[in-house]
Design a protein around this ligand. Sequence first.
Ligand code: PMP
Length: 347
Amino acid sequence: MSKFWSPFVKDLVPYVPGEQPKMTRLVKLNTNENPYPPSPKALAAIQAELNDLLRLYPDPNSDRLKQAVASYYGIQTNQVFVGNGSDEVLGHAFLGLFQQAEPLLFPDITYSFYPVYCGLYGIRFETLALDEQFQIQVEDFKRPNGGIIFPNPNAPTGRLLPLEAIERLLQFNTESVVVVDEAYIDFGGQTAIALVDRYPNLLVIQTLSKSRSLAGLRVGFAVGNPDLIEALERVKNSFNSYPLDRLAIVGAAAAFEDREHFEQTRQAVIQSRELLTAELQARGFEVLPSAANFIFARHPQQDAAQIAAKLREQGVIVRHFKTARIEQFLRITVGTPEQNQALLDAL
Ligand code: PMP
């Protein structure tokens, strides 16, 4: 910190991303990437785009990608917003859609970027504890609020809310925006995109980082009523009007168009998750039911920090979670069967 820093930045408490090691020999099960490669069609589209056009700015509206998303979900392009990773889309939603008169509500535990955005934008918030099964209770959100946000499935628990619960919430919460962060929805849940035509205050955010194996390309999107999308476009055009580069637009669109590859890889991850869950249970771990590409587990006798440290010594990285509310959980990204075996051998 120096005298050159603004008072604003002195007070910022930034998000700390998970470790991204330079060594590739590690079994990397710490930041919920997909262990399988992206669609070959996405890679081919990126290759084809590497041409003289890189001199020129990309389409500021990313129309090609919006069309791919809209046609996949059977919606209109003016219901789609795209951004540089869903973290950026979330940031624009925090700035553009949450009201300040009442606090924003989100569960605890949940994605730790939410309080960071609140700090950045000066948004008041209240957290609501999960129940004993680590599940979100939507009825708890029945109180004055400036907005509601939660991931579905929740992170880092992996626990899923059924669509009926989300619809119940939307029925009693009509005066503020409800954001459902569906980063992991393709691994076992039903998307709330089916509800956007009926609930003008619903915004659903997804990413291509997980089920479409494109974390390195940084593409996320939101789906909602055109009025909500317009607010996000206003924020975007006041911040970075070209958030997606040419490679990201064509690569992400092609990934969306390759349904076969998407289905194959997501089924492989789901199968691998079920096997890993059973193997960990057989070794005495308590594993929460997960609808995501990671599992949240604890061992009744072994300290989670120690397990994580010992695994690290053996070249396997998992994430140890420690917050005011929980201490003993590991979050383990589902890998290929070979990676999962390496984890089990190390355990
Ligand atoms: N939401 C949740 C719940 C996440 O876990 C993540 C990944 N850290 C994101 C959003 C952001 O993903 P990305 O920016 O790669 O789209």
